[in-house]
Design a protein around this ligand. Sequence first.
Ligand SMILES: C[S@@+](CC[C@H](N)C(=O)[O-])C[C@H]1O[C@@H](n2cnc3c(N)ncnc32)[C@H](O)[C@@H]1O
Length: 264
Amino acid sequence: MVSDATTPTGSARPRNLAGSQDAYFGTRAASWTDRYQSSPSFRARLYVVGQAIDEFRHDCPQARVLDFGGGTGVFSAVASRWASFTVCVDRSLPMLTKGRADLPSMAAMLASEGFEGPLGKIARIAGDDQCVSSRHACFDLILAIAVLEYVADAKTLLTRLTQRLDQGGMLLITVPNRTSPVRIAQRIGQPLVTRRLTTTGRLTDLSFLGLRPHGDGVPWQLAAAAAGLVVERKSAVPLGLSGVRRWFHPTLLISLRRPVDHRG
Ligand SMILES: C[S@@+](CC[C@H](N)C(=O)[O-])C[C@H]1O[C@@H](n2cnc3c(N)ncnc32)[C@H](O)[C@@H]1O
């Protein structure tokens, strides 16, 4: 739980990739939940991913849900409205504590975006995928939303998460859509942004690009196959819900199923 965190890393000096990521998410924690209302791309992510989570309720009304890399726990909160229990695991202590601090405003934000209903209890654990594999809980639905692009070893991560997934269970992931014009433009713009960063020391919204070990090319298909997961559905998450933004799809939402083993 947040109070007895296994690997809290909120204020570490960035000495490596994980340290730089933790420093980045530490500075973003205070405004993270609000962005699901103020940023068109975050709103679109909430709309598409939130609907996919709520659809799972029809399959499994009492689902046990793990939100891995859950940040402030926005998607944990969506699931907690109907799940039997919800666990949010994240390496960033500031993200977890900020999410726990203001649940009424998170509930109000979700209701205003179409996800009404009281929030259920969410267990928050500071840790990474090693902490997940050291526990014996089993889940029906595991979320890894906007996380895989920050992980160097996607195969080990998906294998560890699959070990915690019940047979027939679902893993919902999002990854960058590398062929989207938005991603291509970001890749072209990144060197300019990096140069500006080093010369002026100013942070820009593209600073997260340097924190993703595979860039836009997350090897999720290989990782999913190695973990024994089957691709059930792939959908595109738009850049926004209205105007020109609806035409661009910089992110993919993928549903991966752990098949039922009929041999046993
Ligand atoms: C882009 S944020 C997404 C947060 C949340 N899933 C959402 O969509 O609002 C990525 C999160 O993944 C967490 N993260 C990245 N790598 C991780 C790892 N190896 N173990 C645990 N958390 C990780 C970061 O701390 C951060 O909170």
